[in-house]
Ligand binder design. Structure first.
Ligand code: CTP
Length: 401
C-alpha cells in the first residue's frame, strides 16, 4: 500500500453526518482523515443516528460526538459557536436532500445546521440520495443555491444505489472525498492555467500479441497531474498504458504508441500554457508490425526487426512558434548532471528534471534534481506526490516571474 502523507496535518475538521445509508462510509472517512493528520470532531443529526451510532464515531475519532445544540458538555452551553471555533472546514458527509434544503434556506433547527450557519470556515458537502430525489427540481435548485453561496459540492456521482436503482445521486467514495478535501487546502498556484502532461510508458507493437515497452510506472506523471489539478489548473493527461487510477478532475487521454501520444499532444497543445513531458517515450518503433502472430518454426531463423525513430514530442512542442512553458524529464543510469543539462539544451526547454533511473522507476519515493539556466536544485527525498507539489511550486514561481 502507498505511504500515507500527512497532508491534513494541523487541520481541524468538523465531520457532519446526516441521515442516509451512506453514513456508514463516514466511519471509514473519519479514519482516513485522521491518518492524513487531521483532528476530527463528529457532529450528527438525529436522522444520522438512525444509520450509525455516535459510539462508533466516538470510538473511531477518540473525541466525544455531539448531536444536540443543548449539549451541556460544551462549557459555554453554545455548542454551535464553540465547536466551529478554530475549525478549518466543515465537511458534511453524507448530505441528505433534506439537509441540503435546510442549508439552502439558512435553517438552523438542529446542532449541525446551526453550526453551518454560524461558521466562519469553508463548508464542503457530499450529497447522497436516491436518483429521483437528486434529480428533483427542488434539490437541483438547492444545489445551485448552495454553490452560489460558496458551498463546495463534492459529487454526487452515478452508479448503484442502496434502493436498488442505478443513477445520479450516489455519494462519492470516502477516498474521493479525502482527495477533494486535500486538494481544497492546497495553494492555488496555477489557478485556471491549462496544463498538458504525458505520462507512463509507450507500447510499440511487434505483432497483435507482443510489443516493446519500458519499466515506467507512470506514478510521477500521475502525481504531477494531481498536483497541478490541486493547484487550480485545468489538466489534460496523455497517458500510455498504466494500472493507475486517473486523479479526480483530470482529463485523461489514453494512448499506446509514441505516435498516438504525439498526435494527442499536438491536438491539444495549442491551448496549453504549461507542457510537462514525463512519459518514457519509446525512441523507436518497428517499421512494419506483423498483422498476424509471429510463429516460431522449427529450424526457421529468429526474426529480425527494422526500427524507425519516433517523433520527439517534447522537442517538437518546445520548437513551436509560441510554445507553452516546457518541462522535460530524464531518468538516467549515470552522469546525471551532464546528461540532464545536455538534454535541456538539445530539447530547448527552460526546465529539465532529472533522476536516477535505478531510484525512480516504480518507486514510491525518490529525489528530483531540477536543472535550469542557473544550475540545479534538489527536491526531496520524498514521496512522489510531495515531490510533484514541490515541482509545481517551482514551475509556478518561474511562470509568474
Ligand atoms: N521525450 C519525448 N518524446 C520522445 C522521447 C522523449 O517527448 N520521443 C521526452 C520525455 O518525455 C522526457 C524527455 O523527452 O521529458 C527526455 O526523455 P529521454 O527518454 O530521457 O530522452 P531521449 O531524448 O529519448 O534520450 P535518450 O533516450 O537517448 O537518453
Amino acid at each position: 500500500m502507498a505511504e500515507v502523507i500527512a497532508d491534513l496535518e494541523g487541520k481541524s475538521i468538523i465531520l457532519g453526518l446526516t441521515g442516509g445509508i451512506a453514513a456508514y462510509k463516514s466511519a471509514f472517512l473519519a479514519r482516513r482523515l485522521q491518518e492524513h493528520g487531521a483532528r476530527v470532531q463528529v457532529v450528527m443529526t438525529a436522522a444520522a443516528e438512525q444509520f450509525i451510532t455516535a459510539t462508533t464515531m466516538q470510538a473511531l475519532t477518540g473525541n466525544p460526538v455531539y448531536t444536540s445544540q443543548w449539549d451541556t458538555r460544551v462549557p459555554s452551553a453554545m455548542a454551535h459557536i464553540d465547536l466551529s471555533r478554530g475549525a478549518d472546514a466543515i465537511l458534511v458527509v453524507p448530505a441528505s436532500a433534506d439537509f441540503m434544503a435546510k442549508l439552502a434556506r439558512g435553517a438552523a433547527d438542529d446542532l449541525l445546521s446551526t453550526l453551518c450557519l454560524a461558521r466562519d470556515c469553508p463548508l464542503l458537502v457530499a450529497p447522497a440520495m436516491n436518483k429521483q430525489m437528486w434529480g428533483h427540481p427542488a434539490t437541483q435548485r438547492n444545489a445551485n443555491q448552495l454553490r452560489a453561496d460558496g458551498v463546495v459540492l463534492l459529487g454526487p456521482t452515478s452508479g448503484d444505489q442502496a434502493c436498488g436503482e442505478v443513477g445520479a445521486g450516489r455519494m462519492i467514495e470516502p477516498d474521493e472525498v479525502l482527495e477533494e478535501l486535500v486538494a481544497f487546502f492546497q495553494p492555488k498556484l496555477l489557478r485556471d492555467q491549462r496544463v498538458l502532461l504525458t505520462a507512463g510508458p509507450t507500447f510499440e507493437p511487434i505483432d497483435p500479441v507482443r510489443g516493446l515497452t519500458n519499466r515506467s510506472s507512470g506514478k510521477m506523471g500521475y502525481a504531477l497531474a494531481r498536483a497541478a489539478h490541486e493547484a487550480g489548473a485545468r489538466v489534460t493527461l496523455v497517458s500510455g498504458p498504466t494500472a493507475l487510477a486517473v486523479p479526480r478532475g483530470v482529463n485523461r487521454i489514453d494512448v499506446e504508441t509514441a505516435q498516438q501520444m504525439f498526435d494527442a499532444v499536438m491536438a491539444t497543445v495549442l491551448h496549453a500554457q504549461i507542457f510537462i513531458g514525463v512519459a518514457a517515450v519509446a525512441d523507436w518503433r518497428i517499421r512494419e508490425p506483423s498483422a498476424q502472430k509471429i510463429k516460431k518454426g522449427r529450424g526457421s531463423p529468429s526474426p529480425v526487426f527494422e526500427f524507425v525513430e519516433n517523433p520527439d514530442i517534447l522537442a517538437t512542442v518546445a520548437a513551436l512558434s509560441n510554445p507553452p512553458f516546457c518541462v522535460g524529464f530524464a531518468a538516467e543510469t549515470h552522469d546525471l548532471d551532464a546528461q540532464a543539462q545536455a538534454k535541456r539544451h538539445t530539447k530547448r526547454v527552460p526546465l529539465l528534471v532529472g533522476n536516477l533511473a535505478q531510484d525512480a522507476i516504480g518507486a514510491d519515493s525518490s529525489e528530483l534534481i531540477v536543472y535550469d539556466e542557473e544550475g540545479r536544485i534538489t527536491l526531496g527525498p520524498a514521496d512522489k506526490l510531495t515531490l510533484a507539489r514541490k515541482l509545481i511550486a517551482e514551475i509556478a514561481q518561474r511562470i509568474s516571474s
